[in-house]
Design a protein around this ligand. Sequence first.
Ligand SMILES: [Zn+2]
Ligand SMILES: [Zn+2]
Length: 139
Amino acid sequence: MDLGTTRMTPQRRAVLDVLAASDDHPTAAEVLERVRRLMPGVGAATVYRTLALVVQSGECAQLRISEEGTTRYDRTVRRHDHLVCTECGRVDDVQIALDTRVLHEAAKPSSFSITSYDVHIQGRCAMCAAEDRHNPGGN
Ligand SMILES: [Zn+2]
Ligand SMILES: [Zn+2]
């Protein structure tokens, strides 16, 4: 198979459509489930291969949340940061206006050249925080 091809197969169209409609950083399994709503019976291997291709072509970004270890897929390919809820696993996009000079200063002692960065802020999303207020002290 020619990995360099940008031929628009129906599977590729479906994967791109699913990603464009997903603002929740779905996992590969979630993308598969959603693609199957559009194309019942599509093979898992086909969807996973297509996902790898759209990442390779820069149409989608991969996101790894260190503590869960699974790869998620991100429709937003421009540089951005993430708010990660440690309770329900929700991941939201956020743009942090970080002064990149601070990053270069921090990397300097290691002679490290920065090519990209993204900040993951961990905490609780509004929904989880609200739930806590309704059940003080938890269960
Ligand atoms: Zn949450
Ligand atoms: Zn994102």
